[in-house]
Ligand binder design. Structure first.
Ligand code: F6P
Length: 474
């Protein structure tokens, strides 16, 4: 049985990152949906998680880091600054990320970045092979490791490999712009099961794979090199019970009451994102500005709490975005503030989960308006934290989560007027309507949680493997 064997999770980043403080290495949780989502899974049994610890570690200190991580079931892949710059910042975040989020003009198709992408995927392969036994299951995550399934399959033809992509997969017309498109598809087809957040992402992949590889397509199965590769949608969930019970934690209650005391009849809108141009932060600020312009009656009565978590700030487009956000927030605050009221409370930092829980459970409105997003777990975390069934979620139709959370106020993130109208509607929404919508979203987030997501993916992988074996013995 696959479920009894060791699972090796592989992703670019480990769920904890190492930073250096006064010469000592310190561990802290990594940002992003993947780390939060799978955090509670890899600790089970003898499962392990292989990934990059987040900084360059000199060779003489690598054993120290390896030991520190071993106790947490984590195995590091060490990357040099050059590899980080070309594979991570370069190919992953200056080619794949912008193209997969439909911002093709942001892409920088540099040959050296592609070369390093191959080198680092190979490095990950070496570490996986070191840890691998014949009946293990390898579960690879995300766009930084698209070549890894095939690299492992070439050495271990029978091994069970699942791959899940956490970001959107673009339409063929966009994907084909990448000079190394065939190699990327061949890399992914090394997996037995390929999972995406939405049906549309899976459909886009099937279309690209059937045009760019010698494979035959039968429904959602590609017959490739005499193997069946199954492609399916698995919308990722969160640990909903954890977010629900966190709201009753002593520390959270303290934050919540001091937060409420500081608000004094001010309605709050919350936004939380990693620093990223795909998140629609500037457009959302413009919508808020339009609202203040057209509705002076909200002066002193409404505040936007905007948390931007630092991310990839060594990539030029991210640096630029940070400057633009700083400037726009400054302009809006300078234009609309009064002596005792500021419209935007802007934080450029990360917060503890307890603090996040307090702001999730206090904010009247949560505004999630990415231009394009694989799933968006923030929207689900907000819903899971609303234990009183109140609050309003405004959600972009471009986020995978909008396919499940139909009771949010769904907006087009490019339509500033639409976002502004949704905020007005949210401010004035009667409590009964909030309760009805929130209850139905909470039921969905609670049922389709992270545990069910892992189970569904693993059960399917097991089924695919069994099907492959039975077809081969016929
Ligand atoms: O969810 C998409 C993703 O790119 C993950 O792969 C990653 O862990 C997270 O966002 C944060 O990004 P980064 O690792 O580049 O900081």
């Amino acid at each position: 049985m696959i479920t009894d064997s060791k699972t090796i999770i592989v992703s670019n980043r480990l769920p904890v990152k190492i930073t250096e403080e006064n010469g000592a290495y310190v561990l802290s949780p990594s940002e992003g949906g993947l780390a939060t989502g799978l955090g509670s899974i890899y600790k089970n049994g003898n499962n392990i998680w292989i990934g990059w610890p987040g900084l360059e570690v000199p060779p003489e200190r690598q054993d120290e880091v390896r030991e520190k991580l071993a106790g947490l079931n984590l195995v590091p892949v060490f990357l040099s600054n050059e590899e980080i710059s070309l594979y991570y910042e370069g190919f992953s975040n200056e080619v794949l990320w912008p193209v997969f989020h439909y911002l093709v003009t942001y892409a920088n198709f540099e040959q050296a970045a592609w070369d390093y992408y191959k080198v680092v995927n190979d490095k990950f392969k070496a570490e996986v092979l070191k840890q691998l036994s014949a009946d293990d299951v390898v579960w690879i995550h995300d766009y930084q490791l698209l070549l890894l399934p095939c690299l492992i399959r070439t050495v271990q033809p029978e091994i069970t490999i699942g791959f899940f992509q956490h970001i959107p997969f673009p339409s063929f017309e966009i994907f084909r712009l990448i000079p190394w498109r065939e190699e990327l598809i061949a890399g992914m087809l090394g997996a037995d099961l390929l999972g995406f957040h939405t049906f549309d992402d899976a459909r886009h992949f099937l279309s690209a794979a059937s045009r760019l590889s010698s494979s035959n397509l039968l429904d959602n199965v590609l017959i490739y090199k005499n193997r069946q590769v199954v492609v399916e949608a698995f919308p990722m969930g969160i640990d909903a019970d954890k977010f629900d019970s966190l709201t009753r934690h002593e520390k959270v209650a303290k934050y919540t009451s001091s937060f409420k005391a500081s608000l004094k009849n001010v309605k709050t809108i919350l936004t939380i994102d990693r620093l990223d141009y795909s998140k629609g932060i500037l457009q959302r600020l413009q919508a808020f500005e339009l609202l203040l312009e057209q509705h002076p009656e909200y002066t002193g009565k409404l505040a936007l709490y905007m948390v931007v978590v630092p991310s990839r700030d060594t990539v030029p487009k991210y640096k630029e975005l940070k400057d633009q956000i700083d400037q726009l927030v400054g302009n809006i605050n300078a234009r609309f503030r009064t002596i005792n009221w500021v419209p935007i409370h802007y934080f450029y930092r990360s917060f503890s989960i307890e603090f996040l829980s307090a702001i999730y459970s206090t904010a009247d409105i949560c505004l999630v308006t990415p231009m394009r997003d694989g799933m968006n777990l923030v929207s689900k975390e907000y819903v899971a934290s609303r234990t009183a069934d109140d609050g309003v979620l405004i959600l972009s139709e471009m986020a995978g989560a909008s396919k499940e959370l139909n009771d949010a106020l769904i907006v087009n993130p490019n339509n500033i007027g639409d976002i502004k109208e949704a905020i007005v509607k949210a401010i004035n929404m009667p409590l009964e309507e909030q309760n009805r919508r929130m209850r139905s979203m909470r039921a969905i987030v609670s049922k389709f949680n992270i545990h069910l997501w892992v189970k569904n993916f693993m059960d399917k992988l097991n089924e695919v493997k069994t099907m492959q074996k039975s077809l081969h013995t016929k």
